[in-house]
Design a protein around this ligand. Structure first.
Ligand SMILES: [Ca+2]
Length: 232
């Protein structure tokens, strides 16, 4: 191979690496426009990120309908017009945890494993009857959870390294007249797991977005840690 061909091949290889699992900005449904047939979305103003890792054999928070569920708890301090949730596995190379992001100890411990991934699946639920952040630590475990929405695969998300579009994304627009879809202030949880049954392994990034700044929004792996997370 001559030098020019070699340089071309390297550029091509780098280009292919760079396009793998590139995560675009998380755009809202609110104020979505269609311009010449192309969807234009304004990115969520408020975006919280959670970096996690699922290890085979790790104890889930709960086994529900045969799925090993892991939860992230979110305190939403004021009514939100819309909430978006998305999840991608593995964590894209271009994404690195920042100071405000939640990073699970499992993610830090397994940072060397950038290859493993799994077919993601997300849910959003709200706890009934928890109106104060101070009540979260004591009441979350016994709370009744109302399912708001769930998603398995989204065509909007980048494909996984396998080439399949198995990452997850959903947006919920608040509907105050429907108690099931009314995004009032309160305690929420994002449930994440895999579509597959059996043991799974890999890193993931879960994000929750809102089209308005929600002062005091907090995210934590344990309800007991939410009050401290809200002060960050
Ligand atoms: Ca999926």
């Amino acid at each position: 191979m001559n030098k020019r061909l070699l340089a071309g091949a390297i550029c091509l290889a780098l280009g292919m690496t760079a396009t793998a699992q590139k995560l675009d900005k998380f755009g809202a449904d609110l104020a979505k426009k269609s311009v010449m047939g192309k969807e234009i979305r304004v990115p969520y103003t408020d975006l919280q990120s959670y970096y996690g890792y699922i290890k085979p054999g790790a104890a889930p928070d709960e086994v529900k309908n045969g799925k090993k569920m892991y939860y992230v708890y979110v305190w939403i301090p004021i009514a939100a017009p819309e909430i978006g949730v998305r999840m991608i596995s593995p964590v894209p190379d271009s994404m690195k945890p920042g100071d405000k992001d939640y990073v699970s100890p499992m993610y830090t411990e397994n940072a060397a494993d950038t290859k493993s991934f799994f077919d993601t699946w997300v849910t959003l639920e709200r706890a009934e009857g928890i109106m104060k952040l101070e009540d979260v630590a004591g009441k979350a475990k016994s709370a009744k959870w109302v399912s708001i929405d769930k998603n398995d695969d989204s065509s909007e998300m980048p494909a996984q390294p396998s080439g399949s579009k198995y990452n997850s994304l959903m947006r919920i627009t608040s509907n105050p007249s429907d108690p099931m879809k009314s995004l009032v202030m309160g305690l929420y949880r994002i449930g994440f797991t895999t579509y597959k049954t059996g043991e799974v392994q890999g890193s993931f990034l879960a994000q929750i977005g809102a089209p308005v700044k929600l002062p005091g929004v907090a995210i934590a792996a344990n309800p007991a840690d939410l009050a401290a997370a809200a002060k960050k």
